[in-house]
Ligand binder design. Structure first.
Ligand code: NI
Length: 168
């Protein structure tokens, strides 16, 4: 990957928390715990997932940069959501975590030496994984979840209207 492309992805990574916060701020409280469908996350759970995923990402890029043969350990994100009962967790610490992880790691990314970007690591489930793999995934991670929040919100509005017009 060219340094210019990388700089664009790092910039996307940096602005992720603002996108997530903006999407969340547009949703009313009543929509945040609404589950679109069994097995899908609520808006509240999406935010909690972001905190856990981003902290994994925080550690992963540091392992990739600093360790000689980095091993990235996969995890079952749906299991984490039920295991840690995301639905009952407070939202604010998760938002603070996401913001702090990204602010801290953006600075680190700007300063990584060139050779780090192509140093091979391994993911316990998906195999080959290097810092460029990492950046491709995490640069869009929060933007994708911001879109998922907007989509949940749209669907919540739709079903609210169905309920309102439903003859009883
Ligand atoms: Ni995710």
């Amino acid at each position: 990957m060219l340094a210019e492309q990388r700089a664009i992805l790092i910039q996307q990574y940096r602005t992720g928390p603002s996108e997530l916060e903006a999407a969340l701020s547009e949703t009313p409280d009543a929509a945040r715990n609404w589950r679109p469908r069994s097995g899908e996350w609520t808006i509240h759970e999406i935010i909690c997932h972001c905190a856990d995923s981003e902290t994994n990402g925080y550690l992963r890029i540091r392992m990739l940069a600093a360790e000689p043969s980095p091993l990235i350990v996969g995890y079952d994100q749906d299991h984490w959501a039920t295991m840690f009962d995301y639905a009952s967790l407070p939202l604010e610490p998760s938002l603070l975590i996401v913001r702090a992880v990204r602010d801290s790691t953006s600075t680190l990314l700007d300063r990584l030496p060139e050779e780090v970007w192509s140093k091979a690591g391994r993911h316990s489930e998906s195999g080959f994984y290097d810092a460029t793999t990492w950046l491709s995934i995490y640069s869009v991670h929060l933007a994708e979840h911001a879109e998922q929040i907007r989509e949940n919100h749209r669907r919540w509005i739709d079903q609210s209207q169905i309920e309102l017009t439903d003859p009883r």
